[in-house]
Design a protein around this ligand. Structure first.
Ligand SMILES: Cc1cc2nc3c(=O)[nH]c(=O)nc-3n(C[C@H](O)[C@H](O)[C@H](O)COP(=O)(O)OP(=O)(O)OC[C@H]3O[C@@H](n4cnc5c(N)ncnc54)[C@H](O)[C@@H]3O)c2cc1C
Length: 310
């Protein structure tokens, strides 16, 4: 089918939409405003001496319950770009050696362009026109899948009220990620520490590509109350929690990332495709607060667009 489909966002929902369309013989282009693919499955490089080290300051791992995502994982494990993380039941996985390697391998045959922000979408007879901040001209497509977090998607899709209605029903928790390294790796260090339901402001702390690079995440309560506050204030607060935990080690601060829309608090309910136009939405906000859910929503959006364009 020689149709021209655009996917907005190179997170896992965008990648899975594009892979699914490809399986139907439809080539799509993914455009994303960020510097790297992956969206909230993010990797940041830091050089220590001459060696590259990687923080994972978004999703820390992924799990698989569905047949579709289990297949992605077993292909990745066989291809050595996914590895098991920790010793959990059900199993948890990470990219090998970084989260970005996982996504780069998964999307090898896809057409993705970074650093392009979509700033408008409108209908034009049976086609959809899209405006970006690079070419700055309206370009016509046969179909669109938009995978931005729900509130941002809602703003972009202001010409499509029924999708806006769906997008307005959900909500997100924020999360603040602080990246740090040790001057000397402490003895007996584990690869992760889980603070779920424990007092304090942290939810989780885990190493990245090796035991020297770490990310600490704040819990939902602290994040939702404080994400908009001054970065120096947040850095001081989080660093003092980490220092209490590793009281005998010297810790070096490397960066702070505030995720306003981190984890789905309430899923969006309603139609995933516009009743009239070939515009669909995909993202974790439709299925649940994790990587696998976002992947599944991308598959569903691709099925809806394929059926609409048939
Ligand atoms: C701190 C944190 C920790 C997490 N931990 C886990 C975990 O351990 N396990 C787990 O399974 N899940 C975790 N999650 C959730 C998981 O990361 C998300 O559910 C999943 O990655 C969402 O994928 P997505 O494709 O729906 O959205 P995103 O990854 O947000 O992708 C949307 C993309 O759209 C792009 N975009 C936005 N606006 C525009 C525009 N105007 N034009 C072009 N592009 C645009 C963005 O750059 C982004 O790349 C975590 C999330 C965060 C933030």
């Amino acid at each position: 089918m020689s149709k021209k489909v655009i996917i907005i966002g190179s997170g896992i929902a965008g990648i899975s939409s594009s892979l699914k369309l490809k399986s139907y013989g439809i080539n799509s282009i993914i455009l994303d405003k960020g510097n790297f693919i992956g969206g909230r499955i993010s990797t940041r490089e830091v050089k220590i001496g001459s060696s590259s080290n990687y923080f994972f300051h978004g999703a820390q791992f992924f799990t698989a319950k569905t047949h579709e995502f289990k297949k992605i994982i077993s292909t990745g494990v066989n291809g050595k770009y996914i590895k098991e993380f920790g010793n959990f039941d059900p199993k948890r996985y990470r990219g090998n050696k970084t989260m970005r390697d996982f996504l780069l391998n998964l999307s090898k045959k896809l057409h993705i362009q970074q650093k392009v922000k979509i700033i408008g979408i409108k209908s034009d007879n049976n086609k959809i026109k899209v405006l970006d901040n690079k070419i700055k001209e309206w370009i016509s497509y046969d179909g669109v899948i938009s995978t931005l977090p729900a509130p941002q998607n809602c703003e972009l899709l202001n010409q499509f009220p029924s999708l806006q209605k769906t997008l307005n029903t959900g909500s997100y928790h924020a999360c603040i990620a602080l990246m740090f390294t040790f001057d000397e790796i402490p003895q007996g260090l584990k690869t992760y520490y889980d603070f779920y339901k424990k007092p304090g402001i942290l939810s989780w702390m885990a190493s990245g590509s090796n035991l020297n690079v770490w990310t600490a995440h704040t819990n939902e309560k602290f994040s939702d109350l404080n994400y908009h506050k001054n970065k120096n204030f947040l850095t001081e607060k989080i660093m003092s929690s980490i220092k209490q935990f590793f009281s005998s080690s010297k810790i070096k601060f490397h960066g702070l990332h505030v995720w306003r829309y981190a984890k789905v608090a309430k899923k969006c309910l309603g139609p995933q495709i516009d009743p009239k136009y070939p515009v669909a939405i995909a993202g974790d906000f439709l299925e649940g607060p994790n990587v696998e859910a976002a992947f599944i929503s991308g598959n569903k959006a691709a099925n809806l667009i394929f059926n609409r364009l048939k």
